[in-house]
Design a protein around this ligand. Structure first.
Ligand code: FES
Length: 607
């Protein structure tokens, strides 16, 4: 019988393949996560593999995305080919690479430790003949209140627990209800989780609810990336594939379950010791996590299924179905503001102190959708701009996310253009921060003019070194500036960057006008998220991505969403305010703003 087998180089790993599925699906099943920005549509060209043996004919989209030389060399798009028999393939080593830069912390103004989930150790007096008080009443007496609700299932457990524990129990109270009883004194094991579901990355932070101290952190890539690079592609995937939503939901919840287990292991606690998990993310990530169809977010009028906070308690049927492998007593997804502005931004608003600040602050969270927050405790304007995935390395010829092998910094001196690579290895591509630097350098070198047009290769500015000149070549119909022998920036890439930065800059400008202030009145310009942490603010200003303000006003605030989730977990006051942000914030949907198109066009040029 014919065996269907793949041998993967350089690892030498072998595994059986299913010839009725694409090679991409087969590789993904083996945990080899190739970049698949377009979700397997054959349009992004990121899932390239090279056949050493057994190459199938190239697909039509392969012919469009790959050069004739690449096709002759055995390169194919894994999402477009199905193979049988025995094949030997080379999978580029950066595929599925663990990220070296996942942001697990950020700036935060929060210090309060007054969590919603509280534990009380009770030493109770057994009932006597002259005082035959009920078990539940005994607990309420111990708590010193009769305003706490004790559900029937807990009352059922109490009878046995009280007697076996010699009337020494610990009760966990959450939102005025007893959620858990344990025998003995377990007051020292009251933990909470702050979880950030990013489009690219996942972070799980374990917090001691008694001290507010972070005890362990786990980070990982969001496995949904294999099914689509950005929220739009993922929404389409859920819409077009019959099991799309379930696949997306399973991908993220499986990975999170694994990460929660690992995080608990690091500290030597069990998941049962976790009283509460706060999960933040953009609205699409939140919908998928709750197994809600995100499709309506992707089409007019962009209405989400829910914006309110969702709380699930262990033991509820919905909880058990959604999260069979995790066991925190309760899971909360804080409120979203709209179909585009999610609890991750609510997290940013609270962790960056917008609601306490007298001074006006600007926060920009750059991703496929750039969320913009401008305001102070008096007034808060929130908007989002569809920047496209350029800053995440998608739709860029040599683009990739910020993992090992990505060029992350670019600069030049008199002699040449220089760059740094994450992990100090051979460059395999360029990530967002490297891209912004590159465009800024090309502008300063005169290779790009203010309209974003690349100059003629033969008409470069005088005084440029021959090494720099040699990097700029016209190939076929495309002008390319080569950073290494594999990584380049093309005219098309520059246009993508221009469109992305124009959308963000237009969004900021519209909010500024609505607020009725000048940029000089803004006390801080905060760039949130991974991209914000690594982007060089000077380059970001040079290309017009962020407003031109004194450099000391610009700061990276890191994973402000996660910091917000921690504050939501640790402070009842903050939680109350966060749950009401929807009533305070003024939302501005840029796609319906008349001025947006005008501002967008005027901000395409570089200053
Ligand atoms: Fe294969 Fe995009 S071309 S995933």
């Amino acid at each position: 019988m014919k065996t269907n087998k793949a041998i993967v180089r350089p690892s030498g790993r072998e595994f059986p393949i299913d010839p009725s599925s694409t090679l991409l699906t087969n590789l993904q099943k083996q945990g080899l996560s190739l970049e698949s920005v377009c979700g397997g549509k054959g349009t992004c060209g990121k899932c390239r593999v090279r056949f050493i043996r057994g190459a199938p004919p190239p697909s039509e989209s392969g012919k469009r995305r790959l050069s004739a030389k690449d096709i002759d060399g055995g390169w194919r798009l894994a999402c477009q080919v199905k193979v049988g028999g025995e094949v030997e393939i080379f999978v580029p080593p950066t595929s599925g690479e663990a990220p070296t830069r996942i942001l697990a912390e950020g700036r935060s103004v929060g210090e309060e430790v007054d969590p919603e989930a509280k534990k009380y150790f009770l030493r109770l007096q057994p009932q006597k003949l002259d005082r035959p008080i009920g078990d539940a009443d005994l607990v309420l007496e111990g708590l010193g209140t009769d305003e706490v609700h004790i559900p029937l299932e807990i009352v059922r457990e109490l009878r046995h627990m009280l007697r076996v524990s010699d009337y020494r129990i610990t009760v966990t109270v959450l939102e005025g209800t007893v959620r858990k009883i344990e025998m003995g004194d377990t007051i020292d094991t009251n933990f909470g989780l702050a979880v950030d579901i990013g489009t690219s990355t996942l972070v799980v932070s374990l917090i001691d609810l008694s001290s507010g101290e972070e005890k362990a952190v786990s980070v990982g890539l969001n496995p949904q990336r294999q099914l689509g690079a950005d929220v739009i592609t993922r929404i389409q995937y859920c819409k077009e594939k019959p099991d799309g939503l379930d696949e997306m939901w399973a991908a993220v919840t499986d990975k999170l379950s694994e990460m929660i287990e690992q995080t608990c292991e690091k500290v030597g606690i069990g998941q049962v010791d976790i009283s509460e998990a706060i999960v933040v993310g953009n609205p699409t990530m939140q919908h998928i996590f709750l197994r809600l169809d995100p499709s309506p977010i992707g089409e007019m009028p962009y209405a989400p299924a829910i914006t309110q906070k969702v709380r699930l308690f262990a033991g509820q049927a919905a909880y058990e179905t959604l999260y069979p492998r995790v066991a925190p007593s309760s899971i909360v997804t804080p409120p979203n503001l709209s179909g585009f502005i999610g609890s991750d931004i609510v997290g940013g608003i609270i962790s960056q102190g917008f609601l306490e600040s007298e001074e006006v602050q600007l926060m920009v969270d750059l991703g496929t959708n750039a969320e913009i927050v401008l305001g102070n405790r008096e007034r808060l304007l929130v908007s989002n701009a569809a920047a496209g995935p350029a800053f995440e390395g998608a739709n860029i010829g040599c683009g990739m996310i910020g993992v090992k092998g990505a060029i992350d910094r670019v600069w030049f001196d008199e002699e040449d253009v220089r760059f740094s690579v994450i992990g100090d290895v051979e460059p395999a591509g360029i990530c967002g921060s490297g891209l912004v630097d590159s465009v800024a350098c090309l502008l300063d070198l005169g290779i790009l003019d203010h309209t974003g047009r690349m100059s003629d290769c033969s008409a470069l500015r005088e005084g440029l070194s021959w090494k720099i000149k040699k990097r700029f070549r016209e190939e076929g119909k495309e002008k390319r500036f080569w950073l290494s022998d594999k990584v380049y920036i093309s005219q098309k890439d520059v246009r993508q960057v221009q469109a992305a930065k124009a959308a963000v800059a237009a969004g900021i400008e519209i909010l500024r006008k609505k607020m009725g202030i000048e940029m000089k009145d803004v006390a801080r310009v905060m760039i949130a998220g991974a991209f914000g942490t690594y982007v060089n603010p000077v380059s970001a200003m040079r290309i017009g991505l962020i407003p031109n303000v004194p450099l000391d006003k610009v700061m990276s605030v890191g994973n402000s969403a996660l910091e917000g989730a921690k504050m939501y977990l640790l402070s009842r006051r903050v939680r109350k305010v966060a749950d009401q942000i929807r009533d305070i914030a003024e939302l501005h949907e840029l796609s319906v703003e008349k001025e947006f198109q005008e501002e967008f066009v005027s901000r395409m040029a570089f200053g």
